[in-house]
Write a protein that binds this ligand. Structure first.
Ligand code: GBH
Length: 438
């Protein structure tokens, strides 16, 4: 069965930040620090999904999706990241999973979608190798409770983005600005993935995946310097997190002045490269890069920007065929080593507000989805084994550093009241999902 779903993440929708024994995560800390999130928005209440989840499950059932990708808040089930369990936290996910099963919706649970328990950050976060082991213990706990009903487990969401925004540039929690010294956060996340995979399987998880964010890389010209820049960017964004998983080796990092990936110990790559049941791929847009200007550039590439395409409210270029290019390119690169692919996120932000008629006319999102679904079809026709597609996102939600300013939902949320209104794109997708030939 092809999985058609919607995706969300705990900190972006749940709210109830201090309820029923939930511990603090790095996003609670970060969002409450002045100046970190636009207009001081926080996830304290968000979509109040913690209380309104039955309505959200009904919305999905009515939409006609057969799967839902959500994330578990680590600090809700283990308030200090390790040690004492919070039974009320596990109970919440237990109820949600039961509700999904009753609605005929296959749950797909992500363990880590960027909300590290603050207590683990205080011990170094992902710069500390021990965090990998703690992820595995948390994975075991979650799977022991839920794997009888949750067939699909995703260890990490976008470790690249978490490393770059969280540890290199500091625009996301935990707000560190380490630049290339952030690289141990890549390796420790991947090691955590490997250890968590073992723990999940031991606890009865049927399918284990990881989700990476990928971007086709376009050189700005055919000049050798631009081609080299594109290769360097491709290494950092695409290969660094996928080669170790699928090929058991890190890519050549010499363009970054490194002889080898930092923090790697003997035996780590065997743990990381265990067989996967699928690869989660999040696609938003391609990246155009050129050779950097100046004598001693900090990085071996420079963003050249993409023009000539429509853009989302975020300013990201809309390039539907990039999804086909990405998936077929991964098949070319990894061949038989590429496991079945699940597009675990794809979507766009638009300036959606209900019109005078009460309807949210998000035609741009309909065009976005129609284009990307065509590209998905083309990739499948070209022989890529794609088994699922999840729209980001079910609901307008807390968009990290942008707070509530970027709306990605198929369903509009009025944040002061929590009121949900399905947008035109929701009704469009519902029709699409009803058509037998897709
Ligand atoms: C995902 O990250 C996250 O998993 C999810 O939590 C989040 O809400 C969602 O996407 C929307 O942001 O500068 O024009 O080249 C997406 C990571 C990083 C993808 C920035 C697009 C830059 C576009 N994104 N990237 S551009």
């Amino acid at each position: 069965m092809f999985l058609w779903g919607t995706a969300t993440a705990a900190y972006q929708i749940e709210g109830a930040a201090a309820e029923d024994g939930r511990g603090r995560s790095i996003w609670d800390t970060f969002s409450h620090e002045p100046g970190k999130v636009r207009d001081g928005h926080t996830g304290d209440i968000a979509c109040d999904h913690y209380h309104r989840w039955p309505e959200d499950v009904r919305l999905m059932a009515d939409l006609g999706v057969n799967s839902y990708r959500f994330s578990i808040s680590w600090s809700r089930v283990l308030p200090a990241g390790r040690g004492a369990v919070n039974p009320a936290g596990l109970d919440f996910y237990d109820r949600l999973v039961d509700g999904l099963c009753a609605a005929g919706i296959v749950p797909a649970a992500t363990l880590f979608h960027w909300d590290l328990p603050q207590a683990l950050e205080d011990e170094g976060g992902w710069l500390n190798r021990d965090t990998a082991r703690h992820l595995a213990d948390y994975a075991a706990l979650a799977a022991e409770r839920l794997a009888d009903r949750v067939p699909m487990w995703i260890t990490l969401n976008e470790p690249f983005i978490h490393m770059v925004f969280g540890y290199a540039l500091g625009t996301h929690a935990p707000g560190r600005t380490l630049f290339l010294d952030a690289l141990p956060a890549a390796h420790h996340q991947l090691l955590g993935h490997g250890l968590a995979t073992q723990a999940l399987r031991a606890a009865g998880a049927r399918q284990v995946l990881i989700t990476n964010n990928h971007s086709p890389v376009w050189p700005d010209s055919g000049a050798p310097a631009d081609l080299a820049a594109a290769e360097a960017y491709d290494t950092l964004h695409n290969r660094l997190f996928t080669d170790p998983l699928l090929l058991g080796a890190y890519p050549d990092l010499s363009a970054f002045g490194l002889e080898a990936a930092p923090a790697v110990r003997d035996g780590d790559l065997e743990i990381i490269a265990q067989p996967l049941d699928g690869l989660g791929v999040n696609y938003y847009n391609p990246t155009r890069v050129r050779a950097p200007a100046g004598d001693a550039p900090p990085l071996p590439f420079e963003d050249a920007g993409i023009t000539g395409h429509p853009t989302t409210a975020f300013g990201w270029p809309v390039v539907p065929d990039g999804l086909r290019e990405l998936l077929t390119g991964m098949k070319d690169r990894y061949g038989d080593a590429l496991p079945p692919v699940y597009v675990t996120e794809n979507g766009c932000s638009q300036p959606d507000e209900p019109g005078p008629d009460g309807v949210v006319h998000d035609q741009a999102r309909i065009d976005f989805l129609a284009g990307h679904l065509d590209a998905l079809r083309a990739a499948r026709d070209a022989g890529v084994d794609v088994r699922g597609y999840y729209v980001w996102s079910l609901l307008d939600n807390f968009e990290w550093a942008e707070g509530y300013h970027q709306r990605f939902g198929l369903v509009h949320v009025d944040f002061p009241t929590g009121h949900r209104t399905p947008k035109a794109s929701y009704h469009w997708l519902k029709e699409f999902l009803r058509t037998p030939e897709r």
